[in-house]
Design a protein around this ligand. Structure first.
Ligand code: PPS
Length: 289
C-alpha cells in the first residue's frame, strides 16, 4: 500500500501532487495528434463542467455515445498518475483517434507537441477566492493531496503558490497572454454561470459546430450543476476512495459564485485583496467575485 497523502512533488519546478510528479517524464514525452483538443484550467475552475459541454457538442448533444463512459475516461487527464489506476498518458497513448485531453498545466509547462500539432485549447478561469474555497474542500476529499491544514493555513499556502499547480495568478496570466498567439478560447466560470447558453455558443463557434437550438437546449440541460451532480458519470463518485472520497466533501460541491464570503474573515479578505492587487497589477485580465 502506498502512503495516503504523500507530500507534494515537483514537476518542472512547480509543486504538484506527489504521485503525479513521478510521471513527468512520460508527460514530457507524450506525442499529441492533430485534432487533439486540450481543456486546461487551474484546478477547481470548471474543468469538469466545460469537459462535459465540449464532449456533448462534439457528439451533437447525443447523450448515449458520450455517456457510456466516465468523464475521466472520455477526457483523460494528461498528468494524472496514482497507484493502481491507469495514468493519463497510458490512457492517451492507447486511444485510437485524437480527442479531448484535460490538463492543469501552466502554459509554460504544456508540452510543445500540442503547439507543433496546432491543437486547440479551451481555458477556463475562475475568481481566485472561490477557487481557493473549492480547492480547500478538494484537498480534504482528494486524499492524494497533503493535509490542507486550517483554512487560514491553506489561504497562506495558496497565496505563496505552495499548493499543487503552484501560483494561481501566474497560471491565469500565462494563458491570458497565450490566447492571441495560439488557438486558445479563454472562458470564465462566472460567465458560464451567468449565461450558460451564451458560453456554450462561444464554444460551438470555436469548434466550428453549428447545432440547432434544440440540441443546444439539451446540452444546457445536461450540464446544469444539478444534472451533473446527479450524474455518476461526471460527479466522480465512481473513482476509488483512495483517490477521492466524496463522503468527506462531494466533488460537485456548490457550483456557485461568491461562496468565499462564507469562509473568508474580514482580515483574510484584506490579505487576499492585497495579494490580488499586487499580482494582477501588470495585466488587463480581471475577475468577478
Ligand atoms: S478539478 O478537480 O480541478 O478538475 O475540478 P473542476 O472540475 O475544475 O472544478 C470543480 C468545481 O466546479 C464546480 N462545477 C460546476 N459548477 C457549476 N455548474 C456545473 N455544471 C459544475 N460542474 C462542476 C464544482 O462544484 C466545483 O466547484 P465548488 O465551488 O467546489 O462547488
Amino acid at each position: 500500500m502506498e502512503k495516503q497523502r504523500p507530500p507534494l512533488g515537483v514537476m518542472g519546478g512547480m509543486p504538484i501532487v506527489g504521485h503525479f510528479s513521478k510521471n513527468w517524464e512520460n508527460v514530457k514525452r507524450f506525442q499529441a495528434e492533430e485534432g487533439d483538443l486540450v481543456i486546461d484550467t487551474y484546478p477547481k475552475s470548471g474543468t469538469t463542467w466545460i469537459s462535459q459541454i465540449v464532449d456533448l457538442i462534439l457528439h451533437h448533444g447525443d447523450l448515449k455515445k458520450p455517456h457510456s463512459k466516465t468523464i475521466f475516461e472520455r477526457v483523460p487527464f494528461l498528468e494524472f498518475a496514482v497507484p493502481d489506476m491507469p495514468t493519463g498518458t497510458e490512457l492517451l497513448n492507447a486511444r485510437k483517434s485524437p480527442g479531448l485531453i484535460k490538463s492543469h498545466l501552466p502554459v509554460h509547462l504544456l508540452p510543445n507537441t500540442f503547439w507543433e500539432k496546432n491543437c486547440k485549447v479551451i481555458y477556463v478561469a475562475r475568481n481566485p477566492k472561490d477557487v481557493l474555497v473549492s480547492y480547500y474542500h478538494f484537498y480534504h476529499m482528494a486524499v492524494v493531496h497533503p493535509e490542507p491544514g486550517t483554512f487560514e493555513e491553506f489561504l497562506q499556502k495558496f497565496i505563496e503558490g505552495k499548493v499543487s499547480y503552484g501560483l494561481w495568478a501566474d497560471h491565469v496570466k500565462g494563458w491570458w497572454k497565450m490566447r492571441h498567439q495560439r488557438d486558445v478560447l479563454y472562458l470564465f466560470y462566472e460567465d458560464m454561470l451567468e449565461d450558460p447558453k451564451r458560453e456554450i455558443r462561444k464554444v460551438m463557434k470555436f469548434l466550428g459546430k453549428d447545432l440547432s437550438d434544440d440540441i443546444m437546449e439539451k446540452i444546457h440541460q445536461c450540464t446544469t450543476f444539478k444534472a451533473m451532480k446527479e450524474d455518476y458519470l461526471v460527479n466522480y463518485s465512481t473513482i476509488p476512495t483512495s483517490v477521492m472520497d466524496n463522503t468527506i466533501s462531494p466533488f460537485m460541491r456548490k457550483g456557485t459564485c461568491g461562496d468565499w464570503k462564507n469562509y473568508f474573515t474580514v482580515a483574510q479578505n484584506e490579505i487576499f485583496d492585497d495579494y490580488y492587487k499586487r499580482e494582477m497589477s501588470d495585466t488587463d485580465l480581471t475577475f468577478r467575485f
